[in-house]
Every structure is written in structure tokens, then in C-alpha cells.
Design a protein around this ligand. Structure first.
Ligand code: PLP
Length: 397
């Protein structure tokens, strides 16, 4: 497939070029409509061109775009207040992306122990199948060989453990351990959901050892699982530090590192910074996103749509056992484990003018905007049905 000549060849891009979007629909340059159940990889939380977000950007664009963090930015303080009001957090640092939010989380954890005089506590435990971003620190944190190849020397300081192996975890914690870093629901890794009792168990373990619990909710946060944050499904499983991004800006590049006051206590004057992080434009959109997803009934709608989608997918799995194997994930962070290659299913879906996103472990991510309607969910299931039929026919041919 022809790829753009002057862009890095790091993506296998679709042949169609996107031009505009409206709600769940994405239009290409020829005006063809695609049902967008990829949401820019769990970003377009309110679909495309949501009037409230468009209005927020327009109004802010006429007032003030950027100043730097040398000055107080009222929007930043308001968004931090909202995040604090709805989570465990007491302190917030804004970034431009998920990977930077993770970088801040890692620095916050190390610096916490350093400030307490525990200079040897620098190592962070992470798990197989994790994805934390593409910076040098975050590829080392996840430890996925596919993303690390050719980028040596790798960053030291991460201990990688098998997913869900409690005994291995207990044995791995030692006097050098600073923190445990985990996605409550793995996104790129294949929509693996960490059961609530495991998160609670991690919290207890961290308390017993005086180490910090860090969640990566870059993909599963901001309403996607039916709670504002995925950890809120579990009892007594609050983290000390949490990285978020993606849906937080509804499509505007922004991320944040949240922490309780104790965990953030090492991050003092001059210990971290960002030119753009939390700039007024980004904050105007974040405020509008957070106002919307915390409105009464919004998260109930997510749960309701998730149930409808799961029921639709379950019927497809029954009818196409040669194509689909099972449903994974939580809320509208939905994964369809495939029997056929997920990339083949994705190509068939493109032919049906529907977008989804492949994930690890041969899973296809179905990530509608969280305000998608029951009719739009039904339309997606119908297009998936057609795609499955096409995949089956291609196999038989
Ligand atoms: N963490 C998780 C769980 C992610 O899914 C991603 C991106 O997909 C990241 C971190 C990195 O975010 P970004 O691509 O914004 O740097």
C-alpha cells in the first residue's frame, strides 16, 4: 500500500485520507463516511466536533493560547480542582501526552523515596503485556521487545513480571523497589482486565512494603470503563500516583500525572517542568470534557451502551466461532478476541466503512465515543456482522 513519501514510515496508514468528523462519523477526502469506533485510539470521548468542545476551543482561542507555566493559569487550576474532586489525588502536573504523564509518574515515585532519604528505592515493577508509551523510559518500563529493538542502551530500573502472578510479585519486591506500575485494564496488550481484588491486593502489598502504587489510566481512564477511572470499580484500591491522557482532552493533546500529597512531596521547585503542559487551550477543552463526562447519567449511559455492545458481540461470537472467540475489557473499552487474524477482520471492517483498532493477543478494539447512541451501537454490530461474513467467505474461497 502506498505510504506518504515525506513522513516517517512508522505507521501502516490506511489508503483513505481523513478530512472531517461529526459525532461517530469520520469522512474522508472523497466524502465517504466511516463509522468511527476507534475514536482515535480511545481519545475522541465525545465523538468528533462535539459542539461544547468546539465552542470551548473557539472561545479560548480568541482569548489566550499559551503563556508557559511561569504564570498562574486559571484554567489549569480549575481542571486540577475537578480532577482532585473526583479522584484520590491532591496534586496534578499537566503534560502533553500519555508517555509524558508516565515519565512524570516515574519521576514522582523515585523522587518521593529520594526525598525521604531512601536512595536505594529506585526500581519499578511492571507487568508483561503492558504499554506505557514510546519514550525511552516508557518502552523500558513496559519491557516489550518489539518496541525496544534497536534502541539500546535501554533504561535500567524496571523489573518485569508475568501478568497476574502473585507469588512472583511478592518475591520480586525488595529494598530497591520504589513502586508498582500497572494498567487496571491493559489496552494495547489485548484488553486484559485486572480483577478488582487484584488491585485491592496490590494496594495492600504496597502499604505493607512502604512502596507506591502507580496506575496507568491513559487508555482506560476518563469514563471509558463506565466509571470515571477504572480503579474506581474496585474497593479500596486507590493508587498513590496515576497517569492519564487520551480522553482527557477529547482529541486535544493533553495528559496529567495525579498524585496524593505524600507521593508528590518530593516534587519541589525546579524538579520537573513542561513548556506546553496545561496550556490555556488544552485546559479549556479538558474543562469541557470533564464537565460533560461527570454530568448526571453520563457514566450510566456508558454502562448501558457497553451492555448493548457486549450482547451484540456475544451473538456474533455464537454465529461466527471461526472468526471471533470472545469479548474482553470493561465498559466501552471493548475487545473482540479473534480467531481469524485481527488485521484481516480490520480490513473487512474497513470495507464496511467502519473503524476499529487492533491490539495485542489478536484482539480487535471496539472503542466508540462514550456518547454513542443505541442505534449507532446496533449499526456497528451490523457492520461487524457483514465483516465476519466476508472473512468467512474469504477463508472458504
Ligand atoms: N499508556 C497507555 C496505557 C496507553 O495506551 C498509551 C497510548 O496508547 C500511552 C501510555 C502513551 O500515550 P501517548 O501515546 O499519548 O504518549
Amino acid at each position: 500500500m502506498a505510504q506518504p513519501q515525506h513522513l516517517y514510515d512508522t505507521y501502516n496508514r490506511t489508503p483513505f485520507a481523513v478530512a472531517r468528523g461529526e459525532g461517530v462519523w469520520l469522512y474522508d477526502e472523497d466524502g465517504q463516511a466511516f463509522l468511527d469506533f476507534g475514536s482515535g485510539i480511545a481519545v475522541n470521548v465525545l465523538g468528533h466536533a462535539h459542539p461544547k468542545l468546539v465552542d470551548a476551543v473557539k472561545r479560548q482561542a480568541e482569548k489566550l493560547w499559551h503563556t508557559s507555566n511561569l504564570y498562574r493559569i486559571p484554567g489549569q487550576e480549575r481542571v486540577a480542582d475537578m480532577l482532585v474532586a473526583h479522584t484520590f489525588a491532591e496534586k496534578v502536573f499537566f503534560t502533553n501526552s500519555g508517555a509524558e504523564a508516565l515519565e512524570c509518574a516515574i519521576k514522582t515515585a523515585r523522587r518521593y523515596h529520594h526525598a525521604k532519604g531512601d536512595h536505594q528505592r529506585t526500581r519499578i515493577i511492571t507487568f508483561d503485556g503492558a504499554f506505557h508509551g514510546r519514550t525511552l523510559a516508557t518502552i523500558s518500563a513496559a519491557g516489550n521487545a518489539k518496541y525496544m529493538e534497536g534502541f539500546a542502551p535501554h533504561m535500567d530500573g524496571f523489573d518485569h513480571l508475568p501478568f497476574g502472578d502473585h507469588d512472583a510479585l511478592k518475591a520480586a519486591i525488595n529494598e530497591q523497589t520504589a513502586a508498582i506500575l500497572v494498567e487496571p485494564v491493559q489496552g494495547e496488550g489485548g484488553l486484559r482486565d485486572l480483577p478488582g481484588q487484584c488491585l485491592t491486593g496490590l494496594r495492600t502489598l504496597c502499604d505493607e512494603h512502604g512502596i507506591l502504587l502507580i496506575y496507568d489510566e491513559v487508555q482506560c481512564g476518563v469514563g471509558r470503563t463506565g466509571k470515571l477511572f477504572a480503579y474506581q470499580h474496585a474497593a479500596d484500591a486507590q493508587p498513590d500516583i496515576m497517569a492519564i491522557a487520551k480522553a482527557l482532552g477529547g482529541g486535544f493533546p493533553v495528559g496529567a500525572c495525579l498524585a496524593n500529597a505524600e507521593a508528590a512531596s518530593g516534587m519541589q521547585l525546579g524538579s520537573h517542568g513542561s513548556t506546553y503542559g496545561g496550556n490555556p487551550l488544552a485546559m479549556a477543552v479538558c474543562e469541557a470534557v470533564l464537565e460533560t463526562v461527570t454530568e448526571d447519567g453520563f457514566l450510566e449511559h456508558v454502562e448501558d451502551m457497553a451492555l448493548r455492545l457486549k450482547q451484540g458481540l456475544a451473538s456474533l461470537i455464537d454465529r461466527y466461532p471461526d472468526v471471533f472467540d470472545g469479548v474482553r475489557g470493561k465498559g466501552l473499552l471493548t475487545g473482540l478476541k479473534c480467531v481469524a487474524a485481527n488485521t484481516e477482520v480490520l480490513q473487512a471492517l474497513y470495507a464496511e466503512h467502519m473503524l476499529a483498532v487492533p491490539a495485542g493477543d489478536n484482539v480487535l478494539r471496539i472503542l466508540p465515543p462514550l456518547n454513542a447512541t443505541a442505534e449507532e451501537i446496533a449499526e456497528a454490530v451490523s457492520r461487524l456482522d457483514n465483516a465476519a461474513r466476508a472473512v468467512r467467505a474469504a477463508k472458504a474461497a
